[in-house]
Design a protein around this ligand. Structure first.
Ligand SMILES: C[S@@+](CC[C@H](N)C(=O)[O-])C[C@H]1O[C@@H](n2cnc3c(N)ncnc32)[C@H](O)[C@@H]1O
Length: 292
């Protein structure tokens, strides 16, 4: 199926069923069809979507789509503040203990990072674990309440973590590189047209040869396809625009991660891991080393 056919289908579906996010995204979808219309959907890469996004994102017609992205980013503080006030007993992704794949990495005798950056650290459970292993940890999150929870955990564990509030894409993280970057659960919420920015952000804050450990949803957990041909980057973009992936984030295959990261990282391993808290969810735990 070509991108043009698929866009036409989605726009029509959105119009007939009054799907607000699709109606709002119609000008964006039409730009997409103009740029890569005749190409099979599966062939369009995250890098191309990034370039298209850069060209169209300043146009007033795509403003509603950008507002959808903005709204999504604000929901994190709401979720953590509801958790802090006891409105919800727990958050879906919350874990009382550090994630097994990270603990296993620290069990390796050859793995001894000193300066660590954690992206989207949430309530700090993994940041506190790494600090307890002797690392100097900078842990970033957009949610003030999540960071308060992290500070409380660090106090209880008697370790020091530098918790920083802000958006990883706009914060100034300084020039001194880290020798390990960790992300559990943030990357799969990054819009596909920002995957390139995310990759460069990680690479630019990591020493050459430094490790990057990414834990993100596997595609089976968050299917980004309506048809087989729709997995890949376009599937993620359309899944978000159609609303199905707004709350949950996208899912990835090992090939997807190679497509996004392999020009700046050597991907040492991509393992399928089950959710630590016995939810029926499958994740990819990927260990990469910066090459350029
Ligand atoms: C699914 S939660 C995972 C939290 C934590 N890593 C864990 O494993 O419990 C995603 C986290 O990423 C944070 N986040 C999302 N986008 C972000 C951004 N652009 N900059 C900083 N933090 C972000 C959210 O506030 C949230 O805490």
């Amino acid at each position: 199926m070509t991108t043009r056919d698929l866009v036409a289908l989605l726009v029509e579906y959105g119009r007939l069923h009054s799907v607000e996010s699709l109606v709002d995204a119609t000008p964006y979808l039409e730009e997409l069809a103009r740029a890569v219309g005749e190409r099979p959907v599966r062939s369009v890469t995250a890098r191309e979507l990034h370039d298209i996004h850069e060209q169209v994102c300043t146009r007033p017609a795509v403003r509603p789509l950008l507002e959808l992205v903005e709204k999504k980013s604000q929901r994190w503080e709401l979720a953590y503040s509801q958790r802090a006030r006891g409105v919800v007993p727990t958050l879906q992704w919350e874990s009382p203990r550090p994630v097994r794949a990270l603990v296993a990495l620290f069990d390796r005798p050859d793995f001894r990072p000193r300066r660590v950056l954690e992206l989207g650290c949430g309530d700090g459970v993994n940041a506190v674990f790494m600090a307890s292993k002797g690392c100097r940890v900078t842990a970033i999150d957009v949610s003030r309440t999540a960071l308060e929870m992290g500070r409380e955990k660090a106090r209880a564990a008697k370790v020091k973590v530098d918790f920083v509030e802000g958006d990883v894409f706009t914060l100034d993280l300084g020039r001194k590189p880290f020798d390990f970057v960790f992300d559990r659960g943030m990357f799969h919420h990054v819009q596909v047209f920002h995957h390139e920015d995310y990759k460069h952000l990680v690479a630019e804050h990591l020493t050459p040869g430094g490790y990057f450990h990414l834990i993100c949803h596997h595609v089976s957990t968050r299917p980004t396809m309506l048809l087989d041909c729709m997995c890949g980057s376009i599937g993620k973009l359309l899944g978000f625009l159609a609303g199905t992936l707004v709350e949950t984030g996208a899912g990835f295959t090992s090939d997807d991660l190679h497509e996004v990261f392999s020009d700046r990282f050597r991907i040492d391993s991509t393992d399928l891991v089950w959710d630590d808290n016995n939810r029926p969810l499958c994740f990819i735990s990927a260990l990469m080393q910066r090459t350029s």
